[in-house]
Structure formats: C-alpha cells, structure tokens
Design a protein around this ligand. Structure first.
Ligand code: AMP
Length: 184
C-alpha cells in the first residue's frame, strides 16, 4: 500500500516524476489539474468556470476540488494506493484529505524543490494555454501563500521528504525513489 502526495511548484517536474512513480509503484496517478482539464474539455458549466480560474492562475475552490478527489479516491483502482499530484494545495484541502483517509494516513509527502527562476523558465518553455507570464507569477505567489505552509504540516506529521528537483528526469527519479524508500 503506497499513499503518496507530491508537492512542489508548477514546473517543478511533478507531472513527469508522477508518471515514473505510478509505473514504479503500480498505483494510479491522480492529478487534479488533469481532471480539471478534462472537465474544461467537456465544456460543462463547471468546466467553463474552471477554465477562467485556471487561465488566471488562481485556485479552483476547495469545495470543488475536494469533491472531485473524494469521488476519484472511492474508485476501485485507488484502493491499493495512489499518487496525488497537484493536491492538496491549501490547508483546507489537506484537512479534507486527512478526513477522507482516516483512519489511514498518507505514507509520504514528497516535495520536489526547484527555485522560482527555473520553474518560471520551464513554464514559459512548455507554453500551455494557461502559462502566461501573469498566470505563472500568480501561481508562484499562491504557492508561497497557500501551499508552502503545507510542508510544515507534513513535516510535523513525520511524512515529509524533500528532494532537489534540478537535473535530468532520471536523476531526479532516482533521488525520489531513494528518498521514498528511506522514509516509509
Ligand atoms: P496543474 O496541472 O496542477 O498545474 O493545475 C492547473 C490549474 O488547475 C491550477 O493552476 C489551478 O488553477 C487548478 N488546480 C489544479 N489542482 C488544484 C487544486 N488542488 N486546488 C485548486 N486549484 C487547482
């Protein structure tokens, strides 16, 4: 059973590392960003609301996010572990997650650490629709204000693992596996 949470700024390489980790541990990669993008593509009312919020680099409401995660975690493939990517991003989401999992807990919260200037360059280079300079800046501000404090929470819970996110995908992957195995 492996219940992992991946933290880190946008552009820290979470998506890439999650794909490698999901394969390594044979657990589903659950990305709230991907689920939201699917909702946007479906063009529903919720999708239209989410699209505007995502393009501005703002956060979708905790209520909506907790709803989609709760639904996803009840599916059969998530019963033997999972990898949460891009969630939790706020204290309310972290509290909601813990309540959902109780009496179980997260095994490891992995922080992939990359400096702001590097993630900014990477995000501009990947050129997704929502990667405008203004949205990138706003997401970094929100990361500092809302998500960085969660590191402290997971540290207190004894599950935080931080790795240096600079280097090739495979170098970072090796560091990640090593750190996870040493800490669980
Ligand atoms: P990501 O693919 O994780 O970079 O997410 C893309 C966008 O989706 C973010 O900039 C947010 O607008 C939204 N989003 C994804 N996950 C969350 C979350 N856990 N809480 C709030 N908004 C989210």
């Amino acid at each position: 059973m492996t219940r992992l949470v991946i933290l880190g700024k946008q552009g820290a390489g979470k998506g890439t590392q999650c794909a490698l980790l999901a394969e390594h541990y044979q657990i589903p990669h659950i990305s709230t960003g991907d689920m939201l993008r699917t909702t946007v593509a479906e063009g529903t009312h919720l999708g239209l609301q989410a699209k505007a919020i995502m393009e501005a680099g703002e956060l979708v409401s905790d209520e909506i996010i907790l709803g989609i995660v709760q639904e996803r975690l009840t599916q059969a493939d998530a019963q033997l572990g999972f990898l949460l990517d891009g969630f939790p991003r706020t204290d309310a989401q972290a509290q909601g997650l813990m309540a959902m999992l109780a009496p179980n807990k997260i095994d490891v919260a992995l922080d992939i650490d990359v400096p702001d200037d590097v993630v900014t360059e990477r995000m501009l280079a990947r050129g997704r629709d929502d990667d405008t300079p203004e949205a990138i800046q706003r997401r970094l501000e929100l990361y500092q204000a809302e998500t960085a404090p969660l590191l402290e929470l997971f540290l207190k819970g004894g599950v935080l693992v931080s790795v240096d996110g600079l280097g090739t995908e495979l170098e970072v992957h090796a560091r990640v596996i090593d750190a996870i195995e040493r800490n669980r």
